[in-house]
Ligand binder design. Structure first.
Ligand code: PGA
Length: 250
């Protein structure tokens, strides 16, 4: 059985004070989350605060991005080793905002996936089509291209070291969620694509859904057979909503 993972992607939100309040709220209710694994991904500068507040709890934490480089003259970048230094377990790789706003292409994302994995972090690999791509009927081509970039560079077994997040770009931050059937169709496609190369990895790898998952729609999405958790943006900034999603995962 795959253990669902609910991860909060806080994006560029919060302050030291608001994060303390949010984490206090999550910690207060975490005992009611029976099955799911829970993680939060704060902005880099708050990792030390988060580490201090979550150490000794069942809640994990991670980065939202990492550098392709190990160290050196790369102003503004954060290395995998630095994330490990602050106790990160996960790191989000290839989020659609990184892809579209900061020009990260499949090749860069594949390098980041490899760097994270080799350092001992669990990469959360984000893939997903835009509205235009969905309307053109090329969703599966886009998903296959994004996934194969990592498989070709790192090998299919590498997917077993991370998590995949299917995030249709048109559903991110828009309040427009994929229907459970739409999401399941793509999750099933992803698992089959992997199974064609390695059945054991396909069976084991967790595939999260992301894109306006919230307290009201989480249970239905999470009931689908190939949806193994969620990557949550907006709804992860409110403790009660985030906990409701975590409980919905079991
Ligand atoms: P959202 O963001 O839940 O606000 O749509 C999800 C994400 O970008 O990971």
């Amino acid at each position: 059985m795959r253990k669902p993972l609910i991860a909060g992607n806080w994006k560029m939100n919060g302050s030291r004070a608001s994060i303390k309040e949010l984490l206090d709220g999550i910690k207060a209710g975490i005992d009611e989350v029976k099955t799911a694994e829970v993680a939060v991904c704060p902005p880099f500068v708050y990792l030390a605060d988060v580490q201090q507040q979550l150490s000794g709890t069942p809640i994990a934490w991670g980065g939202q991005n990492l550098s392709t480089e190990e160290k050196g003259a790369f102003t503004g970048e954060i290395a995998a080793s630095m994330l490990l230094d602050f106790g990160c377990k996960y790191v989000i790789v290839g989020h659609s905002e990184r892809r579209t706003l900061y020009g990260e292409d499949d090749a860069v994302v594949a390098v980041k996936y490899g760097v994270a994995r080799q350092a001992g972090l669990k990469p959360i690999l984000c893939i997903g089509e835009t509205l235009e791509e969905r309307e053109k009927g090329i969703t599966e081509d886009v998903i296959a291209r994004q996934l194969n970039a990592v498989i070709e560079k790192e090998g299919v077994a590498a997917l077993g070291d991370g998590v995949i997040a299917y995030e249709p770009v048109w559903a991110i931050g828009t309040g427009k969620t994929a229907t459970p059937e739409q999401a399941q169709a793509v999750h099933g496609f992803i698992r089959n694509l992997i199974a064609d190369k390695d059945a054991a990895v396909a069976e084991q790898v967790r595939i999260q859904y992301g894109g306006s998952m919230n307290a009201a729609n989480a249970a239905e999405l999470l009931s689908m057979p190939d949806i193994d958790g969620g990557l949550i943006g907006g709804a992860s900034l409110k403790a009660e909503d985030f906990l409701t999603i975590c409980r919905a995962a079991g």
